[in-house]
Design a protein around this ligand. Structure first.
Ligand SMILES: C[S@@+](CC[C@H](N)C(=O)[O-])C[C@H]1O[C@@H](n2cnc3c(N)ncnc32)[C@H](O)[C@@H]1O
Length: 334
């Protein structure tokens, strides 16, 4: 359900304790948002009228109130992502510190088209505070986008890169389309939703704006709810959201193939350890670098690259002195 109401009184009225799996919220910035367009140099005609900002002097109290509500409605183990600019970040951090929510990551979202300035650096990032509510198991789908074994061209782990806490995601350029001020890009929302929720979970946005969170949540086969106080935006978007088909984005998602680390976490027998050590010796003898040999063994033995490194690293001296020498001797006698 979506409500054309203030999110604080609206949440008190409509949302039960512990009922929401994931909250994604991008509160007004307290920087006279209704006047932002002259900075962004964009066509005001396509921006929905009536964006409601919060006066700077009320920001602290406002943050305290809505974040307290967010904590109440989140299920134990539920997650919350709060997008914030720099200006009032301290108030959001203070409000979070006043709750039991646990900060998991302070993410930096680097975007393109920052507000252009000449006499100082150009601001081109937002802060995203990712927290969970204690008392339950948080959903974190580690392989939402990449399996552990997937590598990029230079050999780095794609999974590792995707889970770093600096996200470089461009804003969407939507010439001629009706939008809200500060509309969040689909790929940013997709990332938060796929990592931190399951199909059919309830995703709530306290500041719907263009309903971007709700639209992406539905398109990923989740449920959605939230609040937007601006009647103009609400009336327009409530019709737009009808056009979203449940799960429609899923077919466009990259399919993550089964994790090939089939032995990850299983106990390592002495026999398997000896086998890894001896195969490592053979691969090195064939001229493979230490890294390529470990990659190959990770694939063959279904264990993580670093587990293999640990085994061969601890036995490296033995391998270099014995296995390789034995191999040489064997070749000589053959
Ligand atoms: C930064 S925008 C959110 C943009 C949204 N994430 C999107 O992608 O379109 C903040 C929104 O909160 C709305 N708003 C301001 N105060 C509110 C309140 N007390 N309750 C609900 N919505 C509010 C504003 O009208 C504005 O649309």
């Amino acid at each position: 359900m979506y409500y054309n109401e203030d999110c604080i009184s609206g949440a008190q009225k409509h949302l039960k304790n512990d009922s929401i799996d994931l909250i994604i919220s991008d509160p007004p910035y307290g920087i006279k948002g209704e006047k932002l367009d002259k900075h962004y140099n964009r066509d005001e005609n396509n921006v929905l009228e009536g964006y409601i900002d919060v006066p700077a002097h009320e920001y602290s109290e406002f943050s305290m109130k809505w974040i307290t509500e967010a904590e109440r409605v989140l299920r134990p183990g539920g997650s919350i992502y709060i997008v914030s600019g720099y200006s009032h970040l301290r108030h959001i951090l203070n409000a979070l510190a006043n709750t039991k929510l646990e900060e998991k990551n302070h993410i930096i979202w680097k975007y393109n088209f920052g507000v252009y300035t000449q006499k100082k650096y150009i601001s081109s990032h937002y802060h995203i505070l990712y927290c969970t509510k204690p008392g339950g198991a948080p959903t974190f789908n580690t392989n939402a986008f990449y399996a552990d074994y997937e590598k990029c061209e230079n050999g780095g782990s794609l999974n590792y890169q995707d889970r770093e806490d600096v996200w470089i995601i461009n804003r969407e350029y939507k010439p001629g389309q009706v939008k809200n001020k500060n509309e969040l890009p689909k790929s940013l929302l997709t990332k938060m939703i796929l990592y931190s929720s399951k199909p059919d979970d309830m995703v709530c946005d306290f500041f719907l704006g263009s309903f971007s969170t709700a639209k992406v949540a539905l398109a990923l086969n989740r449920n959605a709810c939230g609040f937007e106080i601006n009647k103009n935006a609400f009336d327009y978007q409530i019709k737009e959201i009808e056009k979203i088909k449940s799960g429609e984005l899923l077919s466009q998602m990259r399919q993550v193939s089964d994790n090939k680390l089939f032995n990850k976490g299983k106990p390592l027998s002495n026999e398997e350890k000896q086998q890894i050590i001896s195969e490592f010796g053979l691969l090195r003898q064939k001229g493979l670098s230490q890294k390529s040999a470990c990659d190959k063994l990770s694939e063959n033995f279904g264990r993580g690259y670093w587990s293999i490194m640990k085994i061969v690293g601890n036995n490296n001296k033995y391998i270099e002195n014995n296995v390789l020498t034995l191999f040489d001797m064997k070749q000589k006698t053959d």
